[in-house]
Every structure is written in C-alpha cells, then in structure tokens.
Ligand binder design. Structure first.
Ligand SMILES: [Zn+2]
Length: 142
C-alpha cells in the first residue's frame, strides 16, 4: 500500500457529505495544503475542506529525514476503497444481478450498497469491496 495522497485537482472521489448525509462523489477544486483540499459535493454542490487522515507519514516524497516508522496502518479498507474510487470512479460498473457472472476486479454497481469492486471470485459467490465493508454476494445463478 502506498501512503495516502490527496486526489488530484478536478478528480472525483468518494467521501461523506454532511449535507447529503450520505457518501457522495466530491470533485477536488484546489489543494490548500499537502494534506487538505477544497472539495465540492457533486450532488448538493456544497463546498468543504477535505483533510487527509493522519496516517503516520503523509508525505508523498521520499524525504528520508531521520528514521520514520510507518507501521501504523489503520482503516486500510477505507483507504483502499477511496484509492479504487479515485482511479476507477468514472468507470461504469455492471449493475448487480445474481445471474451475472462477475470477474476479478470487476466494478459493479449495487442498488443498495453502491459501487463495489470484486476482490474474490468463487463459482457461485463473489467478495465485493463496498465503501464500508467487504460483502459476499451470490452470482452466476442460473
Ligand atoms: Zn452533498
């Protein structure tokens, strides 16, 4: 896993919107510092400041000034999910259907859980990473 960096300007990523009271895509307007950015909710257009969670080392550069231990890794699920959404947020997900056979890394669009990414594929079930957790769903049913 790489260290957390801000999403690039004009990119959208998935984070909580207080006004919508739901997870929404937010577009990055500008970076205000190396760890915070002005973002705008794509649904209600409210603007807010997004600050990177302190993850030990939030420096994108390999500034090896002194010895820094980066063993503190928490909430890697949210990090990984945000990273996926940052890279593939624009990708069209397949609508979820129990009859469809999904493949590894497939992005799916679940009516209840939202966008997700297939992490594990078995014959009749898939583990899909959604914003809050990994869920096991059935698929490939005939
Ligand atoms: Zn909103």
């Amino acid at each position: 896993m790489s260290t957390m960096t801000l999403p690039p300007v004009a990119k959208s990523f998935f984070t909580f919107c207080k006004k919508c009271d739901a997870d929404r895509y937010h577009k990055v307007i500008t970076h205000t510092s190396s760890t915070s950015a002005k973002i705008e909710c794509e649904v209600c257009h409210s603007k807010k400041t997004y600050t990177l969670p302190k993850a030990g080392a939030s420096m994108a550069k390999k500034a090896t000034t002194g010895v820094r231990k980066t063993s503190v890794r928490k909430s890697s699920h949210a990090d990984e999910y945000n990273q996926l959404m940052m890279n593939r947020g624009d990708e069209k997900g397949l609508p979820f259907n129990i009859r469809t056979k999904y493949e590894l890394d497939q992005k799916i669009d679940h009516p209840k859980f939202g966008p997700g990414f297939v992490k594990v594929v078995q014959i009749d079930r898939v583990d899909v990473m959604f914003s809050d957790e990994l869920k096991t769903l059935m698929h490939n049913k005939h």
